[in-house]
Design a protein around this ligand. Structure first.
Ligand code: 15L
Length: 263
């Protein structure tokens, strides 16, 4: 099985391109700025712009599963978000259609739900409540993933990733952490699961203070190992850097950007 990985030079991309080949995955990684070079004998690397259909066709040739991480991953001005996360993403899905890719694992985000209060426990069918333009673009991505399964038979998994960090480092991470171990295990589950159709799953570790339940991941065989609570004593001794608005909503600091306080 051939797996393509876009956004391979980013934080999660760098982790997956290091670990997936060690688990026997034959990987084709795409980078752009910065460009990347192969790290393993079994890794085949391409550098280019995913908004270019010819590049997308070369990248997806012979690919069974695409893990799509590329795009803008923080809050940015609308033209950049539209260019990368709407138009660019559409280009990739069209390429997947031309090249008969069987499954796309789409990196969605907790920020599509960031305006839910921290007191809420969200099931996978909770309503979207984006905390900004970036979160809004992830709604578009999940919509595309759903539509390409319904209309074109390309299987889709929307991974609503929390905070993928080597270790939790602040109070919010006690609820949102996704450990590196669990991220790799989640990616492997998404690659190896038999027929999934379309599925949205929460990409977090087994955190005691999770905002999310159930994770919807048993269906793909993912069972998170790590729990941010193991770091709670240390974190609770530190000041919480978030202001009161950011502490009230699941999206944390993203919420305070361009926020209109109650009049
Ligand atoms: C995300 O979606 C971002 O890409 C990442 O930079 C973090 O902010 C993460 O969410 C998070 O919420 O911690």
């Amino acid at each position: 099985m051939k797996v393509a990985l876009s956004g391979a030079s980013g934080n999660i991309g760098s982790l997956l391109r290091r670990e997936l080949p060690r688990c026997g995955i034959e990987l084709r990684s795409a980078g752009w700025k910065p460009s990347i070079a192969p790290q393993h004998e079994s890794e085949d690397v391409m550098n280019g712009d995913l908004r270019d259909a010819a590049f997308v066709d070369r990248f997806l040739e012979g690919v069974d599963v695409l893990i799509h991480l590329a795009g803008t991953s923080i809050e940015r001005p609308l033209p950049e978000i539209i260019e990368n996360n709407l138009i660019g993403l559409h280009q990739v899905y069209e390429g997947a259609r031309r090249k008969n890719v069987k499954r796309i694992v789409f990196a969605s985000s907790n920020h599509a739900f960031g305006m839910h209060p921290v007191s809420a426990k969200l099931s996978p069918d909770a309503p979207f409540r984006p905390d900004g333009l970036y979160g809004l673009s992830k709604m578009w991505g999940e919509g595309l993933a759903r539509m390409y399964w319904d209309k074109h038979g390309i299987e889709g998994i929307s991974l609503r990733i929390g905070s993928c960090e080597p270790r939790p480092s602040n109070f919010r991470h006690l609820s949102t952490w996704l450990s590196h171990h669990d991220m790799v295990s989640l990616a492997l589950s998404c690659i190896r699961a038999p027929a999934v159709g379309y599925l949205a799953v929460w990409g977090v570790s087994n955190n005691t203070r999770s905002y999310l339940s159930p994770l919807n991941c048993a269906e793909i065989g993912y069972s998170p190992r790590d729990n941010a609570e193991d770091f709670a004593a240390e974190i609770m001794n530190q000041p919480n850097p978030l202001d009161s608005i950011a502490q009230s909503y699941q999206g944390g600091a993203f919420v305070t950007l361009d926020f209109t306080p109650e009049q």
